[in-house]
Design a protein around this ligand. Structure first.
Ligand code: FES
Length: 267
């Protein structure tokens, strides 16, 4: 631990991979100076500037807003720009940094997020508004506002997606990030296609694929709850399916009566 501005030294173990020269990933250790205020991202910058300019990682805002700096630190997915280095030291005074798990590595700590974004697009996360705006504002209950707030705060960092064991086994799974957005639109009173959205997440790679392991909740740096959103979607899908099935059954019993009483066709 550091006191105020006092400099300390720590070992950073970084899992590295350069597809042009490496057969597989390997750890490289760096000694880094830090104070109480040094974040893990600061330490990575320090390495890149002073020790190895080839170290590759993503970052942009440095304020826990853009979501690009999510990495796996000591086995947990976190945003390195908001995490002080001193809070992550293990008993050997080291910090181990890996790229996000279950995603293809492009180089060092940079992963290919294509699957993550494809699933996001798949749930059509944008608002499908009515053709004409109503005269007065849309009204919402406090519960709906709370539900939307939960999903809107998501910064799409991928920490939940790449901590999900279902994603690890089944790349076609929609994933907690996209299901959270689908939930947001289903709950949004302005959206005109909640039923279609429920149908879209009801398949074998949708809400029923979630094993409720809660990894996504543990990983979310914003404290959001994708599992609860998925659970709510599941209940709504079940209600919708039960309604459709009951209506089909009803129609089966009505058809013979209608056909026997139907007027004879004209010649
Ligand atoms: S750099 Fe934007 S969230 Fe960390």
């Amino acid at each position: 631990m550091t006191n105020n501005g006092k400099m300390q030294s720590v070992t950073l173990r970084v899992l590295r991979y350069n597809p042009e020269v490496d057969q597989k990933q390997h750890f490289q250790e760096f000694q880094v100076e830090y104070t109480a205020d040094t974040t893990i991202l600061d330490a990575l910058h320090q390495i890149k500037a002073e020790q190895d300019g080839s170290l590759t990682f993503r970052r942009s805002c440095r304020h826990a807003i853009c979501g690009s700096c999510a990495m796996n630190v000591n086995g947990k997915n976190i945003l390195v720009c908001k995490t002080p280095l001193r809070t992550q030291l293990d008993r050997k005074n080291r910090v181990t940094i890996r790229p996000l798990p279950f995603l293809p590595v492009i180089k060092d700590l940079v992963v290919d997020r294509s699957a993550f974004w494809e699933e996001y697009q798949r749930v059509r996360p944008w608002l499908i508004a009515p053709p004409e705006a109503p005269e007065k504002e849309f009204r919402m209950t406090p519960e709906e506002v709370e539900a939307l707030h939960n999903a809107e705060t998501c910064i799409m960092c991928g920490a939940c997606y790449s901590s999900c064991q279902v994603v690890a086994l089944n790349k076609k799974y929609i994933g907690p990030h996209a299901l959270l957005k689908a939930f947001m639109r289903v709950m949004d009173p302005r959206d005109t296609e909640p039923g279609e959205r429920l149908d879209e997440v009801s398949g074998s790679d949708g809400v029923f694929r979630c094993h409720t392991i809660f990894n996504c909740i543990d990983a979310c740096p914003k404290g959001l709850n994708p599992t609860e959103a998925i659970e709510t979607l599941r209940k709504l899908v079940q209600k919708r399916q039960a309604f459709v099935a009951a209506r089909q059954e009803r129609q089966k019993t009505l058809l013979p009566v209608e056909s026997s009483t139907a007027p004879a066709a004209a010649d």
